[in-house]
Write a protein that binds this ligand. Structure first.
Ligand code: MLT
Ligand code: ZN
Length: 463
């Protein structure tokens, strides 16, 4: 595959600049370094790059014209939505033009009968959630960056989130996509029907492809039934092992289980200090689970009964009303911000087989300390999915020894090096730990076919 011309970050090829300005309008081509600076750095602050321009198309036709211009000028593109990604996958590496998709934010063709809607790539996850509720349904994926993260970015990374145990990840919600491939072709398959097995599932292929095959411009989503009344519990455990065992027991016992989120003592203390929250338990327990479950008749009763039957519980708080439930959720959702305030974290978003999860969480700080004695390790995550976010602070952005140690251990235990954030720039060196040579070769062949000039997000995913 030809390598696209790496345009020096300060130079936009004049022919490309002129044709793109004609397509999207000069006001939607931003070149002032001060204006584009925020779109050159990722949310964590760990990954930075440079771009000669941010281009803001307003329709799929405009995206197609920009891709065509990029092909002829040999300019690489990086699609960007809310820039909430955590692996450096949505920012320029060295001179790619940023394609800001947030003007494509319409929600259309909502169908209350089938529980489906179409959303522009730039619609925020919160906007999609609100549209689904207006329709009498719900959108099945949710996480704390909902107000900023866009649906296009969530499809490009196959985002998981807080409701995976109930609804699965983004790929499961996806019925079809509209996208501009790296060839410039517009593929549009936004079916109004649920059952559709007409050949290759391009939507599933583009989901998780991190912008390497083309630019997603709209998605057709299947919605889920709204939850019956919910109860939320914050449950303190005597050990990480008992919390992890409880997550598994709850999956078996509570048909209305919506979320099971793991926290450990250090993270709970940090969140309380950072957000001036009252300590939920005294003393801080070694581990806690945030559990949410629905029940049409008695949500607090059924959740309370299930929690009461778990081993290792030392304390619990249960909430039924919205404001109190939101207070409990803060102990979990505030982890990302509280850790981010300590400096740019290394975020290692991994999944472990159920039998290895507790030992891995207990051992992670030692594993990190062996290669970075001054670092701090923060573990939290989605216990029911075996997905733990190992966040490490106090390590230079480019020092990858910690990443290497953690990812190699995860692979040795039979886990995945990327559960829900994607590979991006952060983990491309280690893709071979998760995928065989034959699989990576197949991925390269698909990339060559759909992006023959290599202009689609060339600095991510594939090593
Ligand atoms: C979360 O589960 O809160 C998100 O994946 C964000 C993070 O890992 O910081
Ligand atoms: Zn997560």
């Amino acid at each position: 595959m030809p390598v696209p011309i790496r345009v020096p970050a300060s130079v936009l090829p004049p022919a490309f600049a002129a044709s793109v300005a004609e397509v999207v309008g000069a006001t939607h081509v931003l070149t002032d370094p001060a204006v584009v600076a925020g779109q050159e750095v990722d949310w964590t602050g760990r990954f930075r790059g440079q771009t000669p321009a941010v281009v803001r198309p307003g329709s799929v036709e405009e995206v197609a014209a920009v891709v065509a211009a990029a092909r002829s000028a040999g300019v690489a593109l990086v699609p960007q939505g809310g820039n909430t990604g955590l692996v450096g996958g949505g920012i320029p590496g060295d001179g790619e033009v940023v394609l800001d998709l947030r003007r494509l934010r319409d929600v259309t063709d909502a169908d209350p009968g089938s529980g489906q809607l179409t959303a522009g790539a730039g619609a925020t996850v919160a906007r999609v959630q609100a549209a689904a509720i207006d329709l009498g349904w719900a959108y099945g994926v949710d996480w704390s960056a909902r107000d900023t993260a866009t649906i296009g970015g969530s499809v490009a990374t196959d985002a998981g989130g807080l409701r995976f145990v109930r609804n699965g990840g983004t790929r499961r919600q996806l019925l079809g996509v509209e996208a501009v491939l790296g060839t410039g072709a517009v593929v549009r398959h936004l079916p109004a029907v649920e059952k559709d097995n007409t050949g290759f599932d391009l939507a599933a292929l583009l989901c998780g492809s991190e912008g390497t095959l083309g630019v997603i411009t709209a998605v057709r989503l299947r919605l889920v039934a709204p939850s019956p009344p919910l109860a939320t519990a914050l449950v303190a455990f005597s050990s990480v092992a008992s919390a992890v065992a409880a997550a598994s027991a709850l999956r078996r016992q509570l048909p209305g289980l919506e979320a099971v989120e793991l926290m450990v003592a250090d993270g709970l203390d940090l969140v309380c200090r950072s957000g001036a929250l009252p300590a939920p338990f005294a003393p801080t327990p070694p581990a806690a689970l945030l559990v949410e479950a629905s029940d049409a008749r008695d949500p607090a009763g059924s959740l309370g009964d299930a929690v009461g039957g778990l081993d290792g519980v030392v304390d619990a708080a249960v909430a039924l009303d919205g404001p109190r439930r939101r207070e409990l959720w803060r102990y979990r959702e505030d982890h990302t911000d509280a850790i981010g305030r300590l400096g740019a974290p290394h975020k290692l978003d991994v999944t472990l087989p159920a039998g290895s999860l507790a030992d891995f969480v207990e051992d992670a700080p030692r594993l990190v300390a062996a290669v970075a004695p001054d670092a701090r390790t923060w573990c939290f995550g989605h216990a029911a999915d075996g997905n733990v976010h190992v966040n490490v602070t106090g390590v230079a952005p480019g020092d990858e020894r910690v990443d290497e140690a953690v990812l190699v251990r995860v692979a040795a235990l039979g886990g995945s090096i990327s559960a829900e954030h994607g590979i991006g720039r952060a983990k491309r060196r280690w893709l071979h730990l998760a995928r065989s040579d034959a699989e990576i070769t197949a991925m390269r062949s698909i990339k060559s076919a759909l992006d023959p000039d290599g202009i689609c997000n060339p600095n991510v995913l594939l090593p």
